[in-house]
Every structure is written in C-alpha cells, then in structure tokens.
Design a protein around this ligand. Structure first.
Ligand code: COA
Length: 274
C-alpha cells in the first residue's frame, strides 16, 4: 500500500485500487488530492502490470467533488494560482479518461460534482444502491465544469442530464443504474463482491486487447461507419503485431480444439505453450 497525504494506492498484480482518503471532508478533492492523483496514476503506469484500476473512497463518501474552499474560494483572488491549482485537477481527469488500463468507479456513498465526473469518465462503474449522486454546481451558482457536463451528457439520456444539471437534484445509485451512469447498483454490503466480479472478468483478458478495445470505442464514436471500419482494421493489425497474434495462435487454436466456447467464456492463456 502506498500512502500519500490524501490518496492511498494498492497494487495487487493486475489490479490497482485507488482510495480517496479525506473521509472527514467527504473526500472532497483539494489541491493536494489532485497532486496525489497524478502521482498514483504515474505509479500505476510505471508498474506496467495493471489491467484494472478501481477508484473508490474511504469512509461514507466516494467524493463530494472539488474542495470548494481550497480550490475555488481561497485561490480566487490570485488568477495565476487559481489557474495552476485547477490545471492539476483537469490534468488527472483527462489522464484518467484516456488511461490505458480499464478504469472502474466503485461508488460507495456521496458523489457530487467532481464525484459524478470521475464516475462518468471511468470506463465502468458500480455503486451502492444508496449512493447519492448530484451535479450540485447550479446550487452554488455555476454550471458543471472541468468535464462534469461532459460526463453527464455522455452517461445520461439528454432529458435526465439536463434535469440534473439544471435542478441540482440528487439521484440514488439505483436511479444511476436505471439511467446508465453506472453499470450496476447493488446493496452496500455487496459492493466489494460485485466490483471484484467485474475485475476478475477484466484481468483475465489480454492487456493489449483491452487497451485497443478502449481506443477503438472512444475514437469511433465520432466517425462515420466507413471511417470507423478503416480505423478498426488498422487497429486489428496493430493488435496482432503487439500481441504476437495471440488471438490466432492461442485463442482460435483452442476454439479449433473445441476446448471452450468464446460466446460463453474466455480462452486460457496457459495453453499458449502447449
Ligand atoms: N468542499 C469542501 N469541503 C467539503 C465539501 C466540498 N465539496 N464537501 C464536504 N465538505 C466538508 C464540509 O464542509 C465539512 O467540513 P467541516 O467538518 O470542516 O465543517 C465536512 O466535509 C463534512 O461535511 P458535512 O456537510 O458536515 O457532511 P454531511 O454528511 O452532512 O453532508 C454533503 C455531506 C456532501 C451533502 C455536503 O457536505 C455537501 O453538500 N458538500 C458539497 C457538495 C458539492 O456541492 N460538491 C460539488 C463540488 S464541485
């Protein structure tokens, strides 16, 4: 376990877990937490083993969002300081969105503003049914920024996104599942088990395939079909090269021997040598 001032990081083989750790402040993200988040992302990248990154909060909150006092109120009169303070935050939000490993938000409680943002930019998300989400920015006079509106528009249907942006109302984990902000909402005592279940599915996949699958998803969302096909074909050749053609040499060889059904389960990497 790596313990920074406001964030803890645990790397266990292919799985990294980031714990936001300001429970007394509902894991509000202060400038130190933004610096710590950049550092733990560095650590995870340097480990080179990680396929799944879980982000969660210590205590009863996922994150109450940006620290309204330390990030906004205090530096506001010094424009340079204000800019630099928030740049560090915007930097790790962008990094997390483009992170090579699969990112999973494990939302254990309050998730306001930046908490919704982090949930939305992670690839996958699991929440406690009683977790409470909110785009509360309108309640203190601004609109969701720093990517929070993006997170709403890319994870919620239009009417729901606008409703929560414009009213600042909260939604529960159960509603977040209904609208698609999280993959699943489960009773609080099942949150760890449900997250582990998803992590286990991810970590037995080829890491190059996971990374390129994410790239193909993200890039093709803005392409027309012919362009998307050209792009994914080029990526498939890249995948073949980078993975030593594992999909042909291992996965489809096992299928040829009828040793598994790809529709229902994954090939076994261990058979590569046989
Ligand atoms: N920024 C700074 N401090 C925050 C914070 C934030 N976003 N969210 C919570 N805190 C602090 C509180 O000020 C309080 O500090 P104190 O003990 O020094 O007084 C501490 O965390 C505990 O919060 P409290 O309000 O007492 O807990 P609660 O369980 O009654 O309510 C919330 C929790 C999250 C509903 C409430 O704290 C809140 O509305 N926070 C702001 C959420 C928000 O608008 N976030 C958007 C940021 S973009």
């Amino acid at each position: 376990m790596i313990k920074l001032d406001t964030v803890n990081l645990e790397i266990d083989g292919p799985t990294a877990t980031i714990y936001l750790n300001r429970p007394d402040k509902k894991n509000a993200m202060n400038p130190q937490m933004h610096r710590d988040m950049n550092q733990v992302l560095d650590e995870i990248e340097a480990a080179e083993t990680v396929k799944a990154v879980v982000v969660t909060g210590n205590g009863d909150s996922f994150s109450a969002g940006m620290d309204l006092e330390e990030c906004f109120l205090k530096p506001f009169d010094d424009p340079q300081l204000f800019y630099r303070t928030n740049l560090v935050a915007l930097n790790w939000f962008k990094r997390l969105k483009a992170f090579p490993a699969v990112t999973i938000a494990k939302v254990n409680g309050f998730a306001f503003g930046g908490g919704v943002l982090v949930t939305g930019i992670c690839d996958l998300a699991v929440a406690s049914e009683t977790a409470l989400f909110g785009l509360s920015e309108i309640n203190f006079g601004i609109f969701p920024a720093g990517g929070a509106t993006w997170a709403a528009t890319h994870n919620l249907p239009r009417k729901q996104a606008l409703y929560y942006i414009l009213t600042g109302d909260t939604l529960t984990g159960r509603q977040a599942q209904e609208y698609g902000l999280v993959n699943r909402a489960v009773p609080a005592d099942q949150l760890d088990a449900e997250t582990d279940r998803i992590v286990r599915k991810i970590v037995n996949k080829n890491p190059v395939t996971l990374e390129l699958a994410k790239q193909v998803y993200e890039r093709t969302t803005t392409m027309d079909l012919p362009t998307a096909i050209d792009y994914d074909q080029a990526k498939l050749w890249e995948l073949s090269r980078l993975s030593g053609n594992e999909w042909i040499n291992v996965a489809l060889k096992q299928f040829e021997k009828r040793s598994y059904q790809p529709g229902l389960s994954t090939y076994r990497k261990a058979e590569a040598a046989s």
